[in-house]
Design a binder for this molecule. Structure first.
Ligand SMILES: Nc1ncnc2c1ncn2[C@@H]1O[C@H](COP(=O)(O)OP(=O)(O)OP(=O)(O)O)[C@@H](O)[C@H]1O
Ligand SMILES: [Mg+2]
Length: 257
């Protein structure tokens, strides 16, 4: 039986990010449709929903990759509209992508060091950069492979590298787009354990988009189900997993059962 998680965040504290009536239109298609949402500081928020529901678009809008067609995005009380993606990054927002994006020509540790270049604008002395790098290598379990070429590593390691490079930007809010896709059951367990460790050790707020709904329910404080660009439900995992509308959407989907 699944253990009931005690929410790690303070619901009375102001949200770290809030979206107000956000829409994103691609031609005639409304990928996001007047979505309002508060991401609570310190929570793990899971996001699921069918293919094409708008999950990646939502992440793109929250991280400055795409500008919303209408509506507002606020981060720590600051209005983000109009800022370029690298400013989102230097202000403390990081993300990983559905398909691991790393530099194959570089070593594992060089990949992670490039992340540090996109972090806060303050100047770090080399010793500080090195200390930050060591901490991240250790935390993400990459220390032993640090000098290996990124072109030679397996999928799990590529995913670790992308995550580690995002952590090198010193974020407070991290968005992960389908971090468990392509992993087997054992690897899923390893990666979910890693997210818990990051959340506990670094005090990160995590937003995780994932089709593997069982693993997501196990990890998250709350789960948001998106459908056709709109919020279908948002609640604790044990409530969402029993919601008839959610079961309907996922009926037959192999990862739900
Ligand atoms: N750049 C774009 N131009 C045009 N249409 C787009 C673009 N990006 C996404 N879409 C469309 O917007 C809708 C939402 O796409 P999105 O990638 O956000 O879905 P998703 O929930 O992440 O799906 P998946 O589970 O397959 O990753 C889809 O119909 C998609 O085809
Ligand atoms: Mg997607």
């Amino acid at each position: 039986m699944q253990a009931v998680r005690v929410a790690a965040y303070n619901a009375a504290a102001p949200p770290i990010m809030s979206l107000d009536m956000v829409s994103k239109q691609f031609g005639a298609l409304k990928a996001l449709d007047r979505l309002s949402l508060e991401i609570m500081s310190g929570e793990i928020l899971g996001i699921a929903g069918p293919n094409g529901a708008g999950k990646s678009t939502l992440l793109n809008v929250c991280t400055g990759v795409l500008a919303p067609s209408s509506g507002t995005v606020n981060f720590e009380g600051r209005r983000m509209a109009g800022l370029p993606a690298h400013r989102y990054c230097s202000l403390g927002i990081a993300r990983t992508f559905q398909i691991p994006q790393i530099f194959s020509s570089m070593s594992v540790e060089e990949n992670i060091a490039t992340g540090a270049m996109f972090g806060p604008v303050e100047r770090l002395v080399p010793a500080q950069v090195k200390a930050r790098l060591e901490g991240i290598l250790d935390l993400t379990g990459l220390s032993r492979q640090r000098r290996q070429s990124a072109s030679q590593v397996d999928l799990l390691t590529r995913k670790r590298i992308m995550l580690a490079a995002s952590l090198a930007t010193e974020p407070r809010l991290v968005f992960l787009d389908e971090p468990l896709s392509g992993l087997n059951a054992e690897e899923v367990e390893i990666f979910v354990g890693l997210f818990r460790r990051l959340h506990n050790t670094l005090g990160l707020t995590l937003v995780v988009v994932e089709h593997k709904v069982r693993a997501l329910a196990d990890l998250s404080d709350r789960i948001l189900i998106l459908n056709a660009g709109a919020l279908l439900c948002l609640d604790r995992p044990e409530v969402v997993m029993r919601d008839a509308r959610v079961i309907d959407i996922y009926l037959g989907a192999r990862n739900f059962a």
